[in-house]
Design a protein around this ligand. Structure first.
Ligand SMILES: [Zn+2]
Length: 309
């Protein structure tokens, strides 16, 4: 159990949106306790939107949130970096409707965050501890969470491709393990899928600089792979980002097979709808362990007190 954390100072990065292909600038700023991760759109009017499951909307190929008059897409990799490094409170200013794709992994965000550091805050971070299994599935695709002493994720993917076939990987969640084993794994796609996306005007920002592109029997990226099982590691990266829409830390073992963004977020919704299968720990000002509650105390999504950067 730990206290909430935020960034020690503001940091900025620029890149292109994976789907729009447009330049995007993003700034991460420290936020007070109990803020959560809040996207701030500095367009004509300043609006803000909490990264939470109730704002999550279905989109193709990425995770997006929508509300308060704006939508922001491809949020899963920055959310993964924040959750992976245990940063609970942050404002994310985006100039545009998409998070920059950077190199297709979470590593540039990790380096950005580490360049300023993380500070502990004076409030406890709540943990949702799973006490009974919860599962969602769709045909052969499934994801479940079951009781565990520590947070873990086991992912299995199957692709009829000589470089992938079946890959299974277990990640024991910790900032160190996230940084070393997960953060650098990049987005991947098959050449025929990438070409089909481009034909439909999607994935305009996708290049070999930010996507591992699989040809019939290899990868097209000259430098090759960062890990032999980079594909399954990236699926875990995505899951960590999607699962952070829960809005608090978790203790349980997530087991996913052939899953994706839609099933990940369905599991988050199912968890919140079954409060008899978890308890909240480290809540304030209650004792260390509480009884199951019907509703999680929601963080304020609006209005948000905007701090000058
Ligand atoms: Zn991804």
């Amino acid at each position: 159990m730990r206290n909430q954390q935020t960034l020690a100072a503001a940091v900025t990065c620029s890149g292109i949106g994976l789907h729009s292909g447009q330049p995007v600038t993003m700034m991460l700023r420290p936020a007070p306790p109990n803020t959560g991760v809040v996207f701030v759109n500095k367009g004509d009017a300043i609006t803000s939107l909490l990264a939470s499951i109730e704002h999550c909307v279905p989109t193709e190929l990425c995770t997006a949130i929508d509300g308060n008059g704006f939508q922001v897409r491809t949020i899963e990799h920055i959310l993964s970096a924040l959750a992976g490094l245990e940063i609970d409170n942050v404002y994310i200013d985006v100039m545009g409707s998409e998070v920059p794709v950077m190199d297709g992994s979470a590593a540039p965000f990790v380096h950005l965050i580490q360049s300023v550091g993380v500070i502990a805050q004076e409030r406890r971070q709540p943990f949702l501890k799973i006490t009974a299994p919860i599962e969602v599935s769709e045909g052969a695709r499934r994801v479940r969470i079951e009781p565990s002493v520590t947070p873990r994720i086991t992912y299995t993917i199957h692709y009829d491709h000589p470089l992938i076939k079946t890959q299974t990987y277990t990640h024991d969640c910790s900032p160190h393990s996230f940084e070393k084993q997960i953060a650098a794994a990049r987005t991947f796609g098959f050449l025929h899928e990438v070409q089909a996306l481009w034909a439909r005007g999607l994935g305009q920002g996708g290049t070999l600089d930010n996507t591992v592109v699989l040809s019939k029997d290899g990868v097209m990226n000259q430098a090759g792979l960062r890990f032999l099982n980079e594909f399954v590691r990236h699926k875990i990266l995505d899951l960590i980002g999607d699962f952070s829409l829960l809005g608090m830390s978790f203790i349980g073992h997530i087991i996913a097979e052939r899953s994706g963004h839609a099933l990940h977020t369905r599991l988050v919704r199912q968890i919140l709808e079954q409060p008899e299968k978890w308890v909240l720990l480290n809540m304030e000002p209650l004792a260390e362990e509480t009884r199951p509650v019907a509703h999680i105390p929601r963080r304020q999504s609006s209005p948000v007190a905007l701090q000058a950067s």
